[in-house]
Design a protein around this ligand. Sequence first.
Ligand SMILES: Cc1cc2nc3c(=O)[nH]c(=O)nc-3n(C[C@H](O)[C@H](O)[C@H](O)COP(=O)(O)O)c2cc1C
Length: 162
Amino acid sequence: MFRCGHASLTHHLTVSLPLIRLLYASRATTGTSYAALLGIMDHAQEKNSAAAVTGMLCYGSGQFLQALEGDRQTVSELYHRIAPDRRHTQCQLIAVVEIDARAFAEWSMKVVNWEDGGAARRQSMLETDTGSSEFNPSAMTAVQADAFLHHLAQREREMAGE
Ligand SMILES: Cc1cc2nc3c(=O)[nH]c(=O)nc-3n(C[C@H](O)[C@H](O)[C@H](O)COP(=O)(O)O)c2cc1C
């Protein structure tokens, strides 16, 4: 059964760590502006790249909605490092799901400022996905948060291609 010299089995054993996506919401603490976030992200994106973590972070109304994708051990450790960061507070886990493929594969961490332009179309997307006209991630269900971030990513790709 365990023919360890077998190439495909060896391959399987080394790459089969479960891949997960974790979603959480939090609130920026005083002083954590969008500009401050961009500073945090310079370092975070480098670390994520090195750890094969991908994802998306949406900032708006002083709140964060972040998706972290990667192997389970790495993402777990990262979340436990991010959660106590005093630049935000009230971290709420929205979902942890095992995935077959990454949804944000091209981004070590794509940061989107909800307050930036392109408002009308994104606003209707928010309303369709979450049933609310406010960006309030702590009130989103897992299904809503996931749909919202997927659509936001799609929109970012369209804008990059325009
Ligand atoms: C909203 C928010 C999102 C963050 N996202 C990440 C991230 O995706 N990756 C990361 O390495 N650090 C992230 N950080 C920073 C971590 O909390 C922590 O400061 C950093 O990982 C520590 O890096 P160091 O161990 O090199 O000092 C985030 C911080 C905040 C406030």
